[in-house]
Design a protein. Structure first.
Lengths: 167, 305
């Protein structure tokens, strides 16, 4: 393998910039992968394996790999890591790098649109179901509150998400 | 009566309002009054802002938290994902630089995160604030002789350093076991107790991988406990157990009937005598037989006993 220090530095900077601050503490022990449900289910590029790729500077090479989206954010890895890497934060930092390059499944666009429009990532008309269980048809949440929706839209418009043309 | 902000999230008020109704029924008799957090939205879910930008995640979470701060209330949520997302955001907001940037965004909507509200899960409020003794006093039906397999779910367990209430051992959780045992039911251990159910990002990214993980957990429950029901304190785990058992059955991958599954407060509401139509009526798996058993006359707890 050719070691390209410039590429390695760039990859580390990007991951840290997206919240994966502990990446350089990793000693590749694999404790994280041993407890990871994603690894167990067969996603090839999570926890130790992903961190190794990133520490070798292989960021763009893995941009299309969907493993990071299989991460459950369960943080079993964070709990067991003896070095304080907080591997889940590295996985999510890589996911953020992918997302801002629009390298994610189109199916997840719906959640962003729902969040922007109703303030709920998961949305369906709840009125009938709520009536049947004896609750008011409208939830007290942002779903039926225009002022709340406007606030959430303002936060999203003024974020890096606002520049992606998803909503 | 002690008040607490009821943070609903998305799935519970929109898809499983019987779970929401179960909260509203059980807490007042137990001495805790849930207060609506008007205009609260998505926590935001892992697949949304947290997957794009850390500060946007913190801003949207903090907006929700400030609604409780304005009422001088702590927050209680029944959704594990919401609990994890809000707790982690609050943890990140402990960093002065993050708090400054995020409060800059919140200023645009006339809000400021102060960090004065603590975040609790429904199970924490029941176990730590109310306590099993008080729950026991309010039971109308005994679940003695019934077997429950418990599923705590991931996001109340890890990372334990960001949570207000912690299990003694997050890989051997006992809070939900205690809450179930107080009903009189038995709660046998099974080897995949702390295992992930496969819902969440995994389910939407690769349904087959998710089902594989789920099946391993389900078989451990069936073979090691032969439980009458599965009880969870995670609304996502609830959806996975309720939706995916019938899929495995239809495919011929399991040779037993799907095990009825409840969110914990549904089970408690039934044991406290509330109307099944209101507190436990939305599910794929037919729960009517087990509900009839739970609320059968022979199980009624006689006054003064």
């Amino acid at each position: 393998m050719i070691i390209d220090q410039k590429k390695i530095d760039e990859a580390i900077e990007i991951i840290k910039g997206h919240g994966g601050h502990g990446i350089q503490k990793c000693v590749q022990c694999g404790a994280c992968s041993a407890v990871c449900p994603g690894v167990k289910a067969g996603f090839p590029l999570l926890c130790r394996a992903l961190i190794r790729e990133l520490l070798n500077g292989h960021l763009e090479e893995n941009i299309e790999n969907s493993s990071s989206w299989g991460c459950q954010a369960c943080n079993r890895c964070t709990e067991v890591c003896p070095q304080g890497v907080r591997p889940q934060e590295v996985v999510f930092a890589f996911r953020r790098y992918q997302a801002l390059e629009l390298a994610f499944s189109t199916s997840s666009v719906t959640s962003q649109m729902n969040l922007y429009e109703t303030g709920h990532a998961v949305f369906s008309d709840p009125k009938e179901a709520r009536r049947k269980v004896g609750l008011p048809e409208e939830t007290p949440t942002s779903a039926f509150n225009e002022e709340a929706q406007k606030e959430i839209r303002t936060l999203m418009d003024n974020s890096p998400m606002g520049e992606l043309g998803l909503f | 009566m002690e008040q607490i902000g009821l943070y609903l999230g998305c799935n519970i008020p929109l898809k499983a309002p019987d779970i929401e109704q179960s909260f509203r029924k059980i807490f007042p008799p137990l001495g805790v009054q849930p207060v609506d957090l008007e205009g609260a939205g998505c926590c935001p879910a892992w697949g949304t802002a947290p997957s794009f930008d850390l500060n946007t995640w913190c801003a949207i979470s903090s907006r929700n938290i400030t609604i409780a701060e304005d009422k001088n209330l702590d927050i209680m949520t029944g959704c594990n994902s919401c609990f994890g997302v809000l707790s982690e955001a609050k943890h990140f907001m402990g960093n002065a630089a993050t708090r400054k940037v995020v409060n800059g965004s919140l200023a645009k909507i006339n809000r400021e995160f102060k960090g004065t509200s603590d975040i609790y899960h429904v199970a924490h409020v029941l176990h730590k604030k109310i306590g099993v003794a008080k729950i026991k006093e309010n039971l109308k039906f005994s679940l003695a002789g019934l077997k429950i397999a418990v599923q705590t779910g991931c996001h109340t367990l890890w990372p334990s350093d960001v949570y207000k209430v912690k299990e003694e051992n997050s890989y051997y959780p006992t809070i939900l076991k205690d809450l179930c045992e107080v009903t009189g039911a038995t709660v046998p251990h099974y080897s995949r107790l702390e295992g992930c159910c496969g819902m969440g990002g995994m389910r939407s990214t690769d349904a087959e991988k998710s089902l594989k993980l789920f099946k391993e957990k389900l078989l451990s429950i069936k073979e090691e406990t032969d439980a009458d029901m599965i009880v969870t304190t995670c609304s996502s785990c609830f959806l996975q157990f309720d939706m995916s058992q019938p899929i495995l059955k239809e495919r011929g991958e399991i040779d037993f009937e799907p095990i009825p599954t409840f969110y914990y407060t549904q089970l408690l509401a039934l044991a406290m005598g509330f109307e099944p139509q209101q507190v436990a009526s939305i599910s794929q798996i037919d729960r009517r037989p087990i509900i009839a058993e739970i609320q059968s006359e022979k199980r009624r707890i006689k006054e003064g006993m």
